[in-house]
Design a protein around this ligand. Structure first.
Ligand code: KG4
Ligand code: ZN
Length: 340
């Protein structure tokens, strides 16, 4: 007998992207993302403006996702939404919307942990993407998080190390702010880094025990460096921007790769996946590809559209939980802090 198709609507609203996606089993039918340009002029996400923009975006974004999937909402099997971690006001918009729609359609509601979703995005069926075998190591690198996680099964994950201060995406964004770049600065630093000399300037790597990370010292080092150099030459940043970006990127990738190597040494696991906004970075992608040859690792790099926040990754977790009949009560609450 042919198995019935399962259609999951995923909704993501944890930070500054409103996104909805529809999945048929583990295949994406649509993935709509509305980012919020409004934050650029403030140099960071303004929580109150983010929740207001989510309220404006959520209905058209969900509508578009269903339309592009070419299904009717009555075909949906369940609705998955981001419960946390994230900005409370932003999470509330997606949570309330998901609850009302699931209630109206009389279908199950499934809550999803955003950080698990960044990892489980690797289980979306894609022609040229291999799914990692268990156990594997996942490094989640985003604007809010930096973690190394041992993934034993879809829902059995153990955090081996994490940042004790700033996330790696914040290190990019805060360094960019010092250099006068717009928000988020990660993509621009990455672009410029590819045109500059990575060894032009040296920034010391932080000394943090075990598999934990620290990025706040790097930001301060960059600030003092820029202040010192601009005193001698007011046009220093303009004249050397690509080299500065390349040197920052070289330092950050070095920090990430050192910890990954240590994690592989400690666990013996050589299957490495990355996820989160910073996994779009060309430097980390290249470093991982090089490590395949050099250290005999197998690496799993997400398709570009599943790196930054998106609802496809929420929908795939919804699908995996649907198979386990792991549904949520309708009184489930959004949570700003939620552990893996
Ligand atoms: O996962 P994400 O969309 O949102 C959070 O959950 O935080 O990640 C956003 C972060 C931002 O800090 C942004 O600067 C960074 O990802 N980012 C990058 C690149 N693309 C996005 N950082 C470095 N290189 C990139 N190419
Ligand atoms: Zn994220």
């Amino acid at each position: 007998m042919k198995k019935e198709n399962i259609y999951i609507l995923g909704i993501e609203s944890s930070c500054d992207d409103t996104s909805a996606a529809v999945l048929c089993n583990d295949t994406i039918l649509s993935n709509v993302v509305a980012d919020q340009k409004i934050h650029t002029e403030y140099g960071g996400v303004v929580p109150e403006l983010a929740s207001r923009a989510h309220q404006q975006n959520i209905v058209p974004v969900v509508n578009q996702a269903i339309e592009r999937a070419d299904i009717s909402k009555d075909q949906l099997s369940a609705i998955a939404f981001t419960r946390g971690p994230g900005l409370m006001g932003s999470l509330l918009v997606g949570t309330s919307f998901a609850k009302s729609l699931a209630f109206g359609l009389d279908i199950p509601l499934i809550d999803v942990n955003h950080m698990q979703a960044h990892i489980l995005a690797h289980f979306i069926e894609e022609e040229d993407h291999q799914k990692p075998p268990f156990p594997f190591l996942a490094m989640t690198i985003s604007g809010g998080h930096t973690q190394i996680v041992q993934v034993n099964s879809h829902f059995e994950m153990e955090v081996l190390g994490e940042t004790i201060d700033d996330a790696v995406g914040e290190a990019y964004d805060k360094s960019g702010k010092i250099l006068g770049l717009g928000y988020p600065a990660g993509p621009e630093i990455d672009k410029r880094a590819q045109l500059g000399n990575p060894k032009a300037y040296k920034f010391t790597k932080p000394k943090v025990d075990g598999l934990n990370f620290s990025f706040s010292g790097l930001k301060t080092a960059i600030l003092y460096f820029v202040q010192r150099e601009t005193k001698a030459n007011p046009n220093f940043v303009e004249e050397h921007l690509n080299d500065i970006c390349a040197s920052i990127q070289y330092t950050i990738i070095g920090i990430l790769m050192d910890k990954l190597k240590l994690a592989v040494k400690q666990t013996g696991i050589k299957h490495i996946a990355i996820g989160g906004g910073v996994s779009a970075n060309s430097g980390i992608r290249k470093a991982l590809k090089d490590a395949e040859k050099k250290h005999d690792w197998t690496t799993y790099i997400p398709k570009f559209e599943y790196t930054t926040d998106n609802a496809a990754m929420i929908a795939i977790v919804g699908y995996l939980k649907y198979l386990e009949k792991d549904f949520s009560d309708f009184d489930v609450m959004a949570t700003a802090r939620l552990k893996i």
